[in-house]
Design a binder for this molecule. Structure first.
Ligand SMILES: Cc1ncc(COP(=O)(O)O)c(C=O)c1O
Length: 375
């Protein structure tokens, strides 16, 4: 089976994890501290704070910015539901905003319209732009809207480590950036997450909150506030450290793979069977999702591809179509998010794949979308 993606773990990563396991020092320590320093340098940020998942990162970001009951947070309606789940878990209200049908991301115009339309009673406090699948959101435009309305910016860059826009990495230009280290992501430690910020006080609070609200001082441990246990283990950090030197090369390989896919699938786009995702020079291509034409039965296509040894799946969810968010559907609906949820098709994609895999997928897709090809 050609899998949707493969984690990139070589013998060096396995040996690094084994060394930490043999040392008996398993919780966040030397490896975690070194990984944080290396991430700070790689991303060009003052602080990188490791946590146990991308969801933990998003949750901590809200808590550290004191966002909770009585507050509202703007979230795109097409994303992995974790982005909106954490808003509910923090006690705040998600305000869902439709996305662009080609970049799959929040647009500044839709954001401004949602802010203008919001009538409360909760107070708008923050926006969480999602760099969906690695496509960078226009952060300068989002920043100017956020500043005008006094909103904090929490970037959900869970899928977008290494994506670039206007000369900076995504996840480094908001008040807080959040990344995931889940196995479907380009850099993985099994599970894991990263928070970034350039604010010293915020970083100190994030570090404290990830570890029971505790800080160590000359007098020992002091528990300053109620916190979580959202720490990453040191053997996971050791794995991440072996991957980071390869990350830039892996992203370049993904850009090349996306280029190959575009070329191979253009005939199917011209024939009206699907549309290709928007291109962007700074895209980091965590996922390559095409949009099947209305009327194409996606479940049948996924089954037919599986019969040909190819794994495919939906891309992400329409949040307002999920039961916990039924009461939060945008007033004008979100037709793009619904369509992307219904007809999006994620194809096998990772830096280990090349021309042969693209040719296999393109031929299979042509066969199942244009049955005449099958003969
Ligand atoms: C956009 C987005 N946000 C948040 C998350 C949650 O990350 P994690 O699985 O590391 O908790 C994901 C994971 O797929 C994601 O795609």
């Amino acid at each position: 089976m050609l899998r949707l993606s493969l984690p990139h773990l070589d013998e060096t990563a396995i040996a690094a994890a084994a060394d930490v396991l043999r040392s008996g020092m398993l919780v966040h320590g030397v490896q975690g501290n070194n990984f944080e320093a290396e991430l700070q340098q790689w991303l060009g940020v003052k602080h990188a704070v490791l946590v146990s998942s991308g969801t933990a990162a998003l949750h901590l970001a809200l808590v550290a910015l004191d966002i909770g009951a009585g507050d509202a947070v703007l979230v795109p309606d097409f994303t992995f539901p974790a982005t909106a789940n954490v808003v509910l878990l923090a006690g705040a209200t998600p305000v869902l905003v439709d996305v662009d049908p080609r970049s799959y991301c929040l647009t500044p115009a839709a954001l401004e319209a949602a802010i203008q339309a919001w009538r409360g009673p909760q107070r708008l406090r923050a926006v969480m732009p999602v760099h969906e699948f690695g496509h960078p959101v226009d952060m300068a435009a989002v920043r100017s809207i956020a500043q005008r309305h006094g909103l904090k910016m929490i970037e959900d860059a869970a899928c977008a480590i290494g994506a670039r826009e206007a000369g900076a990495f995504t996840g480094t230009r908001g008040d807080i950036g959040c990344f995931s280290l889940h196995p479907r992501k380009t850099l993985t430690t099994g599970e894991g997450g990263i928070l970034t910020t350039n604010d010293d006080a915020l970083a100190q609070r994030l570090r404290r909150l990830r570890s029971h609200g505790m800080e160590r001082g000359p007098a020992g441990m002091a528990f300053h506030e109620a916190g979580f246990n959202y720490r990453l283990t040191d053997f996971q950090a050791a794995i991440g450290r072996t991957q980071l030197p390869h990350l830039a090369g892996w992203i370049e390989a993904r850009r090349e793979l996306a280029r190959r896919y575009r070329e191979a699938l253009t005939p199917l786009e011209r024939a009206g069977h699907l549309s290709l995702p928007a291109d962007h020079a700074g895209h980091s291509w965590q996922t390559f999702m095409v949009l099947l034409a209305d009327g194409v039965d996606r479940a049948a296509i996924i089954r037919a591809l599986a019969e040909r040894g190819i794994e495919a799946n939906l891309g992400a969810q329409c949040v307002s179509a999920q039961p916990p968010f039924a009461a939060h559907a945008p007033a004008g609906g979100s037709p793009n998010a619904h369509r992307l949820f219904r007809q999006g098709l994620a194809l096998p994609f990772c830096e280990q794949y090349g021309a042969a895999e693209v040719a296999q997928v393109a031929a299979a897709l042509a066969a199942v979308l244009e049955p005449a090809h099958a003969r």
